[in-house]
Design a protein around this ligand. Structure first.
Ligand code: KIV
Length: 307
């Protein structure tokens, strides 16, 4: 048998990690320049709980869920209902970090009214404290409308996964002077529209650093070097659960896919040789069964004694 039937203990727990106070939008915003802001994605309750216990400031229920959880090739097919359901699951398990829900492709592309309606659902039904949407100057009017409606917004500029069709792929931005200027102009527009923070994705570290210096709101980098106010990564990439090659900027801290492969191999072997389940993993009888159980084999009921 591969394993003792005793229940294993997973990990050492969060005992040594100081638990910061509940993170609100103003607290997150005012941390700029004081400490590194720690952000990660999560899409379900157990993950959200672990991210909370590990002391992260912000959980993004990202539309990357489409790729790493639902197996889509892009983020474009994720629906509002799917992200609301994931946000609820995250919120149920993690009340301390700031919970931000991504607005899926198509939910802020029709009109201001439609954008407000959809963002309100993420807040009211999902329980998010803020929403994130992709785009700079072209989305500033939407960010302004959301903020005026008391919906905090996190911006997202640089490489925009939802623009995969217009860009013809995932294209790093800001590599040349003109493109770097566009990224800065987008970030400034997002800030001016009232966003409380902005994700900088897929841009050179030097550009991210200059943008960070020009903004009074926190910049959260992903594939943008270490000069931003905070960092974010996709949970599945960090723990080795995303299949296929990870982007260059990902650092893997675990290989959970291999851990799970090994566990499933062991379970399979134990099921096949019947060492699982053991007697201890089954329920005991409260009294001895009579010989032949006194059962009528046709009805399954107790056999009446013959008269
Ligand atoms: O959806 C997501 O996970 C994101 C991060 C990459 C910032 O938008």
């Amino acid at each position: 048998m591969s394993n003792s039937p005793e229940k294993p203990v997973y990990g050492n727990g969060p005992a040594e990690i100081p638990q910061p106070a509940k993170v609100t939008v103003p607290r997150f915003r005012s941390a700029k320049g004081k400490r590194t802001l720690l952000c990660l994605t999560a899409y379900d309750s157990p993950t959200a709980r672990l991210v909370d216990e590990a002391g992260f400031d912000l959980i993004l229920v990202g539309d990357s869920m489409a790729n790493v959880v639902l197996g889509h090739a892009s983020t474009l097919k994720l629906s509002l209902d799917q992200i609301i359901s994931a946000t609820r699951a995250v919120k149920r398990a993690a009340d301390r970090p700031l919970i931000v829900a991504d607005m899926p492709f198509g939910t802020y592309h029709i009109s201001i009214e439609d954008t407000l309606t959809n963002a309100l659902r993420l807040i009211r039904e999902g329980g998010a404290q803020a929403v994130k949407l992709e785009g700079g100057r072209n989305r500033a009017h939407l960010i302004r409308a959301l903020v005026e409606a008391d919906i905090p917004v996190m911006g997202h500029v640089g490489l925009l996964p939802q623009s995969i069709n217009t860009e013809g792929g995932y294209r790093v931005q800001g590599k040349r002077v003109e493109s770097a200027r566009q990224v800065l102009a987008d970030a400034l527009a997002v800030e001016a529209a009232g966003a409380f923070a902005v994700v900088l994705e897929g841009i050179p570290a030097e550009v991210a650093q200059v943008v960070t210096e020009h903004l009074s709101i926190p910049t959260i980098g992903i594939g943008a070097g270490n000069g931003t106010d905070g960092q974010i990564l996709v949970f599945h990439d960090v723990v080795g659960l995303s299949m296929g090659p990870a982007p260059k900027f990902v650092r893997r801290y675990a290989n959970l896919a291999n851990v799970i492969r090994n566990a499933l191999g062991d379970l399979r072997a134990d099921m096949l040789d019947k060492s699982f389940p053991s007697q201890n993993e089954s329920y005991p009888l409260a009294e001895a069964l009579p010989e032949g159980w006194d059962l009528d084999v046709e009805t399954g009921l107790r056999r009446e004694p013959e008269a």
